[in-house]
Design a protein around this ligand. Sequence first.
Ligand code: IMP
Length: 430
Amino acid sequence: MANVVVVGAQWGDEGKGKIVDWLSEQADVVVRFQGGHNAGHTLVIGDKVYKLSLLPSGVVRPSKLSVIGNGVVLDPHALAAEVERLSEQGVSISRDNLRVAENATLILSIHRELDALRESGSAGTKIGTTKRGIGPAYEDKVGRRAIRLMDLADLPSLREKIDRLLTHHNALRRGFGLDEFKPEEIYEELASVAPKVLPYMDAVWRLLDDERRAGKRILFEGAQGALLDVDHGTYPFVTSSNTVAGQAATGSGLGPGGVGYVLGIAKAYTTRVGEGPFPTELHDETGELIGRKGKEFGVVTGRKRRCGWFDATLVRQTVRTSGIDGIALTKLDILDGFETIKIGVGYRLDGQTIDYFPASQGAQGRVEPIYEEFEGWSGSTAGARSWADLPAQAVKYVRRIEELIGAPVAVLSTSPEREDTILMKNPFEG
Ligand code: IMP
């Protein structure tokens, strides 16, 4: 029996929520392994709508164990607030169904402030971040000065750790001409939130290994998308974590052998929020129309998403960097009624044709997409539940995508409704 990792195969917002929710129903354990509350998932279960940022999607279902792994950066206030919000909606959260890695790095108010300061343009390149403090917290992690969840359980030594952290941050603050942080304020902030988050703390690596050995089904829930990966994405316009599937192992403490089937989620077109290169972006009425039909606004920040055609070259690359076994293709119905549809199949760069997305920032900004043009379909794909329900041209479009990206479409999603799905392969069945 395979475990399953779900990763976004583009720049995030591929519609992971619906797919992860469907898979979490079949899973025993659902694990977040990177990112933080920069993610946003909307789950619709029956007549209830749940908005999740930090908690794994399994949390809204009884008898599922939700796990936040060490690869996540954890804002303790955001966790406490999300738990409270869900409790108000009738979801009960306790140590019985939620565990958080003791070695997860904490996001503090100093990280949120620094993120916002940099994004204000007065201090460095604007990335278009979610201003949740994600990047600064990861910086402190690799800088070996972060405060981690377990540190909240040892308040006497916490003061020392805060002093070390502030040696770095206050030097930065002085450089920006800002007031220094007072260690006492950070200490109070942490000491007051500690009782709300410590009950969930655990050695998650051990727990997951036990669950795996007991034959439980584990679902790893990726956030953002592979093109926002700090190594493999459109650097520096990326998030600060590894978002590719390999991170499921590192970010949870379960070895790579426990990871299993990799399901990539891709939209039938492309979107991106924030700054950075986007070769198939549409700056015209067609792009506006896709955005309107697809309701392309961010769950977390409400920002309008940039829209463009499906870029097969990029997805082929993420299929490889994440070892994607199959794709869940979402939002095909948004392309219903378009007279012509294009797919990016390669790039022209400085007079040459290339079949991959180059790593250099300059080249990423200069590539021009080469398109294959398709006749659209006049019928509707919305709500289709079998191949026979799809217009012939839509089937042709999907088949061409499979050929170009080098991976099969395992799941085709034709509306936000859970039942409006065509299933070719259940990822949990290997
Ligand atoms: P950060 O993760 O807040 O540092 O933002 C870095 C980049 O990742 C920005 O372009 C964000 O718009 C993007 N990003 C972060 N989280 C998400 C997400 O959940 N969906 C889509 N883009 C995201």
